[in-house]
Write a protein that binds this ligand. Structure first.
Ligand code: ADP
Length: 355
């Protein structure tokens, strides 16, 4: 790939270089052009004055005036060049500013604080770009404090389900409610302040471990950074880092292993202490020791919260008291592991497949 990418880069640089040259050429052309035109003008006036015999006293102010107007005209030329440059920049800003806002906050939002965490999907349908629906007639009620695993083959709609709960999209029909309140009747900021989200590939910033964990901190946090680190089974390895919690972790956590990044993300979610937790389990393989530690950390994290886990491993599913099985945007199974093994063909196949 190296040669191909180098060529692509070189072609772009050459193109940029040519455009720059053109810009410099036109910028520098302005002054001589104006000068030539002005000189011709002055020469022509002197010539004309000599022909019609205008006296020197009359001619001098005219020449002076012409000479004085010469600088402003030169400046006008360069202003035009600046305006063209700014128009190009403005086009790019407008592209962002004029982008339609799809999700809007209500004008008179309902209060949304100290929620318990009951979640309802009522006859929810949703499709991206009007293709076949990504979610089809989803009817689910999850009580506060329940731990729900979302399982199913890839593309079944698990992520879309979680995205609708965080209101990254609105359903095309049906309603999503938390504690009985339609998500469209509350502000996005209020909604998201009540949710902790651990994505599949957590994003860490090039900052200290401590600041990365503290990113999750809200008013309802009752843990210290170290307590969160302990509960996330991350304390030991963090203490072993050169500066402990103050160690800089590099771009996107490049100095840490995949399992360590996940445990820092769990500590961040722990300190957040939100009543609703959404967890997108990483698919990447971990060694069995890391996997066990993460399972223990998750056990601490899910305690007392309404939890949705997009689960890929059956060891994680064992954390859940209820499992929703997705297939082609529908829920085809809803129950405990024991019930689903008996009743749901797809669940049994997924289970046997992983074994
Ligand atoms: P899962 O999480 O179960 O793997 P998803 O919720 O990601 O499934 O996807 C459900 C369906 O929606 C799939 O058919 C997928 O191709 C489609 N889909 C997901 N995200 C997008 C998107 N941003 N734009 C268009 N289609 C999408």
């Amino acid at each position: 790939l190296q040669k191909k990418e180098e060529k692509k880069f070189r072609d772009l640089i050459v193109q940029l270089f040519k455009l720059r040259l053109k810009l410099i050429k036109y910028n520098h052309l302005i002054a001589p052009t104006v000068e030539i035109i002005a000189s011709i003008g002055i020469a022509a006036s002197i010539y004309h004055a000599a022909r019609v015999e205008i006296s020197l006293e009359d001619l001098t102010p005219i020449i002076m005036a012409l000479y004085l107007s010469y600088e402003p005209i030169k400046k006008l030329g360069s202003i035009y060049a600046r305006i063209r440059q700014c128009t190009a920049a403005l086009d790019r800003i407008e592209y962002i500013l004029d982008h339609p806002i799809v999700i809007e906050d209500p004008k008179q939002p309902e209060p949304f604080e100290n929620i318990k965490g009951k979640v309802e999907f009522q006859n929810v349908e949703f499709s991206y770009d009007n293709d076949s629906p990504a979610l089809n007639k989803i009817d689910v009620t999850v009580n506060a404090g329940q731990i729900v695993a979302l399982v199913g083959p890839s593309g079944a709609g698990k992520t879309t389900f979680a995205n609708l709960l965080m209101r990254f999209h609105d359903p095309s029909s049906g309603k999503v409610r938390i504690d009985g309140k339609d998500l469209r009747s509350i502000t996005q900021a209020d909604l998201r302040s009540q949710i902790a989200y651990v994505p599949q590939n957590p994003i860490l910033f090039n900052d200290s471990v401590r600041n990365n964990i503290l990113l999750g901190k809200t008013d309802s946090s009752h843990l210290t950074t170290e307590e969160a680190g302990r509960k996330a089974y991350a304390h030991e390895f963090i203490e072993d880092l050169p500066d402990g919690y103050n160690t800089q972790i590099g771009e996107r956590g490049s100095r840490l292993s995949g399992g360590q990044i996940q445990r820092i993300a769990i500590a961040r979610a722990l300190i957040r202490n939100a009543p609703i937790l959404i967890l997108d389990e990483a698919t990447s393989a971990l060694d069995s020791e890391s996997e066990q530690t993460i399972q223990q950390a998750l056990r601490n994290l899910v305690e007392g919260k309404t939890v949705f886990i997009i689960a890929h491993r059956f060891s994680t599913i064992s954390l859940a008291d209820r499992i929703l099985v997705f297939e082609n945007g529908r829920t085809v199974g809803d129950g405990t592991h024991k019930e689903l093994i008996k009743e749901c063909d797809l669940y049994r196949r997924l289970h046997d497949g992983q074994k």
